[in-house]
Design a protein around this ligand. Structure first.
Ligand code: NAD
Length: 492
C-alpha cells in the first residue's frame, strides 16, 4: 500500500474512483500523519450504488440459502488468512493496539460464522389443519436493499455485525463506513471482491452526511442499521423511519461499574482498568465511571490509580504498548476540557494524563489515563459520554444508591457490578436499566449469537444487531393460508 493511498468505492462489482472531486484525509492518530485519502462521494454516486443493489436483488434472493452461505464460509477463511494484515491497518488508522485490533477481527468473524447457520436461522413456522383442509405457513423473505452506517471505533467488527446476516438472508448490502477509518473496510471489500459475488450484491460507498442522507431517503432502501453517537443515532432513526424504513440505531453510552466491598479487588482493578483504558476509552462498552460502595472506596481508588498511572501508552504496533492514542486532536481536547470542567465541578484529579507525549511520536494524539475522584452526581463528567481515557470515581454507602445512580442517567448501554455476593448480583441484574449487564465482567460485549441490547438513549429501534435479532431485522415475514380440501377431509 502506498504511504498515502487514494481509496475508492466498490460499486456494482468494480473498484471505482470517486468523481465527486471531494476527499478527506485518513490520519494515523499515533503519528498525526496522513496515510490515505478517502472519497467523499456525491449524491449521484450513492444513487448509482442503490440502483445497482436494487437491480441485483431479484437474482440474489433466488440463489439458494445453502449456496449463499458458501460465500460466507469462503469470506470467513479469507478474513482468517488476512487477520494480521487487517489488524495492522486497524491499528494504523484507528490507534488501538495490535492485540485489540486482532480481538475486534475475531468478534467480527464470529458474526460471519453465525451467518452460516442461515438455512436454519431463517426457517419459518407452520400449522396444519387450522381449519379442515387448511394449512398456515409463516416464511421469512429478504427485504431488498439494506444499508449500514458505521463509526470509527471498530472499523472491521461493526460492519460485520450487519453484512454477513444481510447477505446470507438474501439482501443486497451497502456499507457507508466512518470517513475517519475507511482503510480496514477497503481491505474487507478486497476480500469480498475475491468471492465473485454477483455485481451489486455488496457495495462500499465512502463519504459523509451527503451519502448518508441519500441512503436514508431513497425509496429503494428498505432497512438502515446505524452505530455511532446518540445525536446522529436520533437523526438517523427519525429520518429513516419517516421515510418508511426499518431502522436499528445504536448510540452512545456512559457505562458505570459498581464495586462492592466483597469484590476480589485485584481481579476487579485489572478488569475495570482494561475496560476503562482499553482502546483508549473509545469503546461503546468502556467503563467510564466507578461507584464504590462503603469500604470498597479506599482499596479500589488506590489500586485503579496505580493501574492508570502505570499503563504504557504508545504506538499500537509496538509490542509493549498497552494503550494507544485517541482518534483525533479534537478528541484529545475534549478529554482535556472535561478534566478542567470536572475540576471546576468539585472533582479531584488523582492521575493527570494531560500534556504528556510519547517519545518518537510527537505528532500523535495522546491523552494518557486520567482518574478523577469525587465526581458529583449530575455533573458533566457524571452524565456525558467522554469517549476517551478519563475515568471518574463516585462513592456511596449502599448498593441501592449505586443502582439508583446508574438508573438515573439517560444512557443504557452497559452496567457492571463486581462482587462475590450472589444476592447482590441478582438484585443488580434484575434492577439495572441497561441492555448489556456485566457481573464480574468489564466489557459485557454479547457474543455474535446474542443481540447487542442497548437501552434508553443508547438505542433507537426494536431489533438489535447480531443473533436472532439480525435475522428478524433482515427478513420480512409472509403468512400463507392455503386450502386443499378433498372429499375425504369433509368427513371430519
Ligand atoms: P458519529 O456519530 O460521529 O459517526 C458515525 C457515522 O455517522 C459515521 O459513518 C459518520 O460519517 C456518520 N455521521 C456523522 N455525522 C452525521 C450526520 N450529521 N448525519 C449523518 N451521518 C453522520 O460516531 P463516531 O464518532 O464515529 O463513533 C463514536 C460513537 O459511536 C460514540 O458515541 C460511541 O458510543 C458510539 N458507538 C456505539 C456503539 C453501540 O453499539 N451502541 C458501538 C460503537 C460506537
Amino acid at each position: 500500500m502506498n504511504s498515502v493511498n487514494q481509496l475508492k468505492n466498490y460499486i456494482n462489482g468494480r473498484w471505482r474512483d470517486s468523481e465527486s472531486g471531494h476527499a478527506g484525509e485518513v490520519i494515523n492518530p499515533a503519528t498525526g500523519l496522513a496515510i490515505a485519502k478517502v472519497p467523499i462521494s456525491s449524491k449521484q454516486e450513492v444513487e448509482e450504488c442503490i440502483l445497482a443493489a436494487d437491480k441485483a436483488f431479484d437474482g440474489w434472493r433466488r440463489v439458494p440459502v445453502t449456496k449463499r452461505i458458501q460465500y460466507m464460509f469462503q469470506f470467513k477463511n479469507l478474513l482468517e488468512e488476512h487477520a494480521d494484515e487487517l489488524a495492522k491497518i486497524i491499528t494504523n488508522e484507528c490507534g488501538k493496539t495490535y492485540k485489540e485490533s486482532i480481538g475486534e477481527i475475531r468478534r467480527g468473524i464470529e458474526n460471519v460464522e453465525n451467518s452460516c447457520g442461515m438455512p436454519m436461522l431463517m426457517q419459518g413456522t407452520n400449522n396444519e389443519d387450522i381449519a379442515t383442509g387448511v394449512d398456515e405457513h409463516m416464511i421469512r423473505q429478504p427485504l431488498g436493499v439494506v444499508t449500514a452506517i458505521t463509526p470509527f471505533n471498530f472499523p472491521a467488527m461493526i460492519p460485520l455485525w450487519f453484512l454477513p446476516y444481510a447477505l446470507a438472508a438474501g439482501n443486497c448490502f451497502i456499507l457507508k463506513p466512518s470517513e475517519k477509518v475507511p482503510m480496514a473496510t477497503t481491505k474487507i471489500f478486497e476480500l469480498l471482491d475475491q468471492l465473485d459475488l454477483p455485481p451489486g450484491v455488496v457495495q462500499l460507498v465512502n463519504g459523509d452526511k451527503t451519502a448518508v442522507d441519500v441512503l436514508l431517503e431513497h425509496p429503494a432502501v428498505r432497512a438502515v442499521s446505524f452505530v455511532g453517537s446518540t445525536p446522529v443515532a436520533k437523526y438517523i432513526y427519525a429520518t429513516a423511519s419517516a421515510n418508511g424504513k426499518r431502522v436499528q440505531a445504536q448510540g452512545g453510552a456512559k457505562n458505570m461499574v459498581i464495586v462492592l466491598p466483597d469484590a476480589d479487588m485485584d481481579m476487579t482493578t485489572r478488569i475495570v482498568g482494561d475496560s476503562a483504558f482499553g482502546c483508549a476509552g473509545q469503546r461503546c462498552l468502556a467503563n467510564s465511571l466507578a461507584i464504590t460502595v462503603g469500604s470498597a472506596r479506599e482499596p479500589f481508588t488506590k489500586a485503579i490509580s496505580e493501574k492508570a498511572a502505570g499503563l504504557k501508552v504508545g504506538y499500537g504496533l509496538n509490542d509493549d504498548t498497552e494503550m494507544g492514542p485517541v482518534i483525533s486532536p479534537q478528541s484529545r481536547e475534549r478529554v482535556y476540557e472535561f478534566v478542567e470542567t470536572g475540576a471546576k465541578e468539585g472533582g479531584r484529579i488523582l492521575v493527570d494524563g494531560r500534556g504528556k507525549n510519547v517519545e518518537s511520536y510527537d505528532g500523535g494524539f495522546w491523552a494518557f489515563p486520567t482518574i478523577m475522584d469525587d465526581i458529583a452526581p449530575g455533573s458533566s463528567i457524571a452524565k456525558t459520554e467522554i469517549f476517551g481515557p478519563l475515568f471518574g470515581l463516585m462513592h456511596v454507602d449502599t448498593v441501592d444508591e449505586a443502582i439508583e445512580l446508574i438508573n438515573s442517567q439517560v444512557y443504557g448501554n452497559m452496567a457492571c457490578l463486581f462482587t462475590s455476593s450472589g444476592a447482590a448480583a441478582r438484585q443488580f441484574r434484575y434492577e439495572a436499566k441497561a441492555g448489556n449487564i456485566g457481573i464480574n465482567i468489564g466489557v459485557a460485549a454479547p457474543m455474535a449469537y446474542f443481540p447487542f441490547s442497548g437501552w434508553k438513549e443508547s438505542f433507537f429501534g426494536d431489533l438489535h444487531a447480531q443473533g436472532h435479532h439480525a435475522v428478524e431485522f433482515y427478513t420480512q415475514t409472509k403468512v400463507i393460508v392455503e386450502r386443499w380440501i378433498r372429499d375425504w377431509d369433509r368427513k371430519f
